[in-house]
Design a protein around this ligand. Structure first.
Ligand SMILES: [Zn+2]
Length: 377
């Protein structure tokens, strides 16, 4: 199966490359705005818009008149036009508002260029881009497959990034004839029907503890500012700490993403059918407590990863209704033993005398329910 994957890296252009990037962004913006005016005028006069081809045919003439347009990556200029025409298509299909003029003042400035005859390629820790040549980048992982396009961005703090879209052919994984149920929790992140528990503490890293500390410091600074009658926007120490906490939070999320990638890949590799509770994301988002909010993000991102990896590798993910009473039934004999309060971590079935760990029993029930759904589908 052909899949598209996006990769994002920080790049470190030289001063000359920075000038060229600025120029390319400027030209892309100019062409976008130039044809937006024409498009709007034509629409007013005729009730119909232009087409990508009609605009594209005018580009050579425009380049003759404005020779500086020729100094930048011509594919970037072309894709800017493509963006405009796509934006209009979405507008006419009522998916979007009408395209608006691109502004120099927009916080993120970018341009996109497409892969044509090897004009974009990786060479060690450098990436080759049209008109820029080799740009040094922080290669945090390998890019697999055929590069489709690359977007160069400059953010407000003056950092440069590149997003690369690549297409790769994925082969289904070998079948294992194995199925598994997964119960998601707070103390244990995941409890598997084979009895394994993925301890949450294992991936509550030192970084996370640090984040909690720094978050408390942030609250103290907010309080301090309030007590001194200082507006939070003007409270320098508070703002500084806020930025620091935001960066830490991002790093914690990255660590978690890494962990969840490894866990989901292992599960998909080892099982053909994976049964999991369907999560109620709306209910989860209402909770603002830090520990809980990270757990929420992790759960939904875990389920998302399981879903697309199952699709990629030819495995089946079954989502069980969250109303399914997974903890009320004995997974050995099926006896309905009713609701149990959260303190009950273990119990013995009165009918078959099986001794159960609450969560493992739940994940076994999730597995049974999932297999029932698969069989009846
Ligand atoms: Zn029983």
């Amino acid at each position: 199966m052909l899949i598209k994957k996006a990769y994002k890296f920080r790049i470190y252009p030289t001063n000359e490359q920075k000038r060229q990037i600025a120029k390319t962004i400027g030209c892309s913006r100019f062409v976008f705005n130039h044809f937006l005016v024409k498009w709007n005028d034509t629409y007013k006069q005729t009730g119909k818009g232009l087409t990508y081809n009609a605009c594209s045919a005018q580009l050579p003439q425009l380049k003759k008149e404005l020779s500086w347009l020729k100094e930048v990556d011509s594919i970037a200029v072309q894709s800017s036009l493509r963006n405009l025409s796509d934006a209009f298509s979405r507008f006419f299909q009522k998916q979007n508002k009408a395209p608006r003029f691109k502004s120099k003042k927009h916080p993120v400035q970018s341009y996109t260029t497409k892969q044509i005859n090897g004009n974009i390629s990786m060479e060690g820790n450098k990436i080759k881009l049209p008109k820029l040549g080799l740009v040094r980048f922080a290669k945090s992982r390998e890019v697999h497959g055929r590069i489709i396009n690359a977007t160069v961005r400059r953010n407000p703090s003056g950092k440069y990034f590149i997003s690369i879209l690549a297409e790769t052919d994925i082969q289904p994984l070998a079948k294992t004839e194995s199925a598994i149920g997964i119960d998601l929790g707070i103390t244990d992140f995941a409890i598997l029907s084979d009895g394994r528990k993925i301890d949450n503490n294992k991936f509550t890293s030192n970084m996370e503890k640090k984040l909690k500390r720094e978050q408390r410091k942030l609250s103290r600074r907010a309080l301090h500012a309030k007590n001194n009658g200082i507006n939070l926007l003007d409270a320098k120490n508070y703002q500084k700490q806020k930025r620091y906490v935001a960066r830490l939070y991002e790093r914690v999320l990255n660590q978690r993403a890494d962990f969840l990638n490894k866990l989901s890949t292992a599960i998909i590799k080892n099982h053909d059918v994976i049964c999991i509770e369907d999560l109620n994301t709306k209910g989860m988002l209402r909770n603002h407590k830090l520990a809980k909010s990270i757990a929420d993000v992790s759960w939904s991102s875990f389920v998302t990863k399981l879903q697309y990896k199952a699709d990629w590798y030819g495995k089946t993910l079954v989502k069980i209704s969250r109303w399914f009473p997974s903890s009320q039934r004995c997974s050995a004999c099926g006896l309905h033993t009713g609701k149990k309060s959260l303190e009950v971590r273990e119990w013995t079935c009165p009918a078959c005398h099986m001794h159960h760990d609450r969560d493992v029993n739940a994940s076994k029930n999730i597995l049974a329910e999932g297999l029932r759904i698969v069989a009846s589908a």
